[in-house]
Design a protein around this ligand. Structure first.
Ligand SMILES: C[S@@+](CC[C@H](N)C(=O)[O-])C[C@H]1O[C@@H](n2cnc3c(N)ncnc32)[C@H](O)[C@@H]1O
Length: 231
């Protein structure tokens, strides 16, 4: 099936078209989703949200289980994901989101449980501020900022101490490293991304394990990216 083909929401889909849709491989679906859906057609409460929604469902399950005092979100963009996290916290009645971005000029989310922090995740002042603000509580981190291997690895090392035992450091978008150059997902980064950073980090920090249970829907953008702190 040609994943570049546009799907029309209005068009009646024939049985044979459904059959060919059903034959899509996981990589075909990921290519279709990235090409036609994620950058323009995923939103939460009207705000663009750059996520595979199956991953958001897993986040909801983890948040309800862990009940974090702080979710540190690295990479806010327009704030769709920030608002999603804040509203889940609102539903369970506790916790706040601290959302970091180098540029909040496009940020649209407003919610009493959201704190914004503007600057680079690798800025020493930002790192200090995040530790000062969140250290006393139970912390979960979601990394969706600079996805280059070196930056992801640096962020993992800088913030690993902040994650609470039995909570998670979620590293997004390792999927880009599973696609060959020349394919859409393979060309997103133009170089190594989150996956080699995760593999390097996990070798050196035995406090974390990769929780493959969080990948059980298979269609995840975060392969090997759900890092659970076990000690
Ligand atoms: C993929 S977007 C985030 C999408 C958002 N989490 C969502 O799901 O809708 C990545 C964001 O990371 C920000 N960013 C890039 N490098 C960064 C850095 N070093 N520190 C903080 N933010 C960074 C970019 O400005 C951009 O808004």
């Amino acid at each position: 099936m040609d994943t570049r083909k546009n799907f029309s929401a209005e068009k009646l889909v024939s049985d044979s078209e459904y059959s060919s849709l059903n034959e899509l491989s996981l990589s075909g679906w990921l290519d279709y989703h990235q090409r036609q859906v994620v950058f323009e057609q995923v939103s939460w409460m009207g705000i663009p949200t750059l996520k595979n929604v199956l991953d958001l469902w897993i986040y909801q399950e983890l948040i309800v289980k862990i009940k974090p005092d702080w979710i540190v979100e690295m990479g806010s963009f327009q704030g769709g994901s920030t608002l999603y996290l804040a509203q889940i916290l609102e539903n369970i009645g506790s916790g706040r989101v601290l959302s970091i971005d180098i540029d909040h000029s496009q940020f649209k989310a407003t919610h009493p449980r959201i704190n914004k922090l503007t600057g680079s995740t690798q800025d020493a002042g930002i790192i200090n501020q995040v530790f000062r603000q969140c250290s006393a509580g139970k912390v979960m981190i979601i990394h969706d900022a600079d996805h280059t291997e070196a930056m992801v690895l640096a962020d993992l090392h800088s913030y690993a101490d902040l994650v609470s035992k039995d909570s998670y450091f979620i590293v997004e978008d390792g999927i880009v490293d599973l696609f060959a150059p020349g394919t859409l997902l393979g060309d997103v980064m133009g170089g190594p991304g989150p996956l080699p950073a995760i593999r390097e980090f996990i070798k050196t920090d035995p406090r974390f394990i990769i929780d493959r249970q969080c990948e059980r829907y298979q269609l995840t953008y975060n392969p090997n990216g759900y890092l659970k702190k076990i000690q």
